[in-house]
Design a protein around this ligand. Structure first.
Ligand code: FAD
Length: 288
């Protein structure tokens, strides 16, 4: 999508793309403009609007909204930590995805990809979040070797193709891991800074409804009723006219448009792992 957007707009007058950059500070001035400084080489600049689309652990969100009332960075932790990586394809693999549940909330999913290799998803699920204290620190440190060592330790004795997957994990060139969590916020905008996507309302990768949420944004914009109601808010009549007042209203309109689907997608998950010790239990993946 980034490629499509960039390809279509890169030569459009008035649009400037800057790569390898990230925001260091954001400050809204009395004149309504947003003053932004950057972490790398770009000079400070002022903008009419800043959109933070920097994912579930958004730094833009932290800069504007702080750590949240519960000091949890607005993250609703679902008690699952997952690793993703690619391994070589062997005769163990079929043309289908294969899924292995082991005791203590351990899961391996592997599937063939279209490049002749095999993608692996390994995850540990536990309602007891204390089990993840160590990996949570390692995730923040970004030390991949240590993260892999944690997964290796957790998967000891998990059976099936664990040994092959762990070996492949350590040799893979594209390993990454994350916590499975949701982002829950009362508001997604403050003045002229707005969050979109996972930064604002991540339902979690395992919800499967991110695309739906994004398309609902589009529907909220093009739906005739909405457009009539919010036209003046969405399209400023005069470019320089008090945009500060208008943007927040526009953001509120979008927010209310996909409230129902967001509510369902972010409130469904409760893991059932606490008393699970059965070797063939599917309950670890169940949702209540
Ligand atoms: C394995 C996996 C499977 C998934 N499957 C599905 C699925 O089947 N269906 C579905 O709907 N969703 C799925 N998801 C979730 C979906 O990928 C995300 O919800 C979606 O990518 C969120 O898009 P985003 O643009 O908001 O954030 P992201 O895709 O996270 O993009 C954020 C971008 O911001 C950049 N960034 C971060 N911090 C900074 C910073 N400080 N400065 C500058 N840039 C920064 C990042 O490098 C990244 O490019 C899956 C996710 C994973 C991991």
């Amino acid at each position: 999508m980034a490629r499509i957007l960039y390809g279509t707009t890169k030569d459009t007058p008035g649009i400037k793309y800057v790569f390898d950059e990230s925001i260091a500070t954001i400050k809204e001035n009395a004149d309504g403009k947003v003053y932004v400084t950057f972490a790398n080489n770009s000079p400070p600049a002022t903008f009419d609007l800043v959109v933070g689309a920097d994912g579930m652990t958004s730094r833009t969100r932290r800069m504007i909204f702080g750590h949240g009332p519960k000091n949890d960075d607005y993250l609703n932790r679902l008690g699952q930590y997952s690793a993703y990586f690619t391994i070589s394809r062997t005769n163990d693999d079929t043309e289908f995805a294969q899924w292995w549940n082991a005791t203590r909330g351990r899961l391996i999913l592997k599937r063939p990809d279209r490049y002749g290799t095999t993608r692996v998803y390994m995850s540990v699920t536990d309602a007891n979040l204390a089990r993840f204290d160590e990996i949570d620190c390692l995730l923040k440190d970004g030390d991949q070797k240590a993260q892999q060592a944690w997964f290796e330790k957790e998967f000891q004795g998990a059976g099936w193709l664990t040994e092959r997957c762990v070996k492949g994990m350590k040799e893979s060139g594209d390993f990454y891991m994350q916590q499975i969590a949701q982002v829950k916020m009362e508001k997604w905008s403050k003045g002229r800074v707005v969050l979109v996507g996972d930064a604002a309302y991540a339902p979690s990768p395992i919800s499967g409804v991110v695309c739906l949420l994004l398309s609902t944004n589009v529907i909220a914009y093009i739906h005739p009723g909405n457009r009539r109601r919010h036209r003046r808010r969405i399209r400023p009549r005069r470019r320089d006219l008090a945009l500060t007042r208008r943007y927040p209203r526009c953001f509120a309109a979008l927010r209310s448009a996909h409230a129902p689907i967001r509510r369902e997608s972010t409130e469904a998950y409760t893991w059932r792992t606490a008393d699970c010790e059965s070797a063939d239990c599917m309950g670890c993946l169940g949702v209540q």
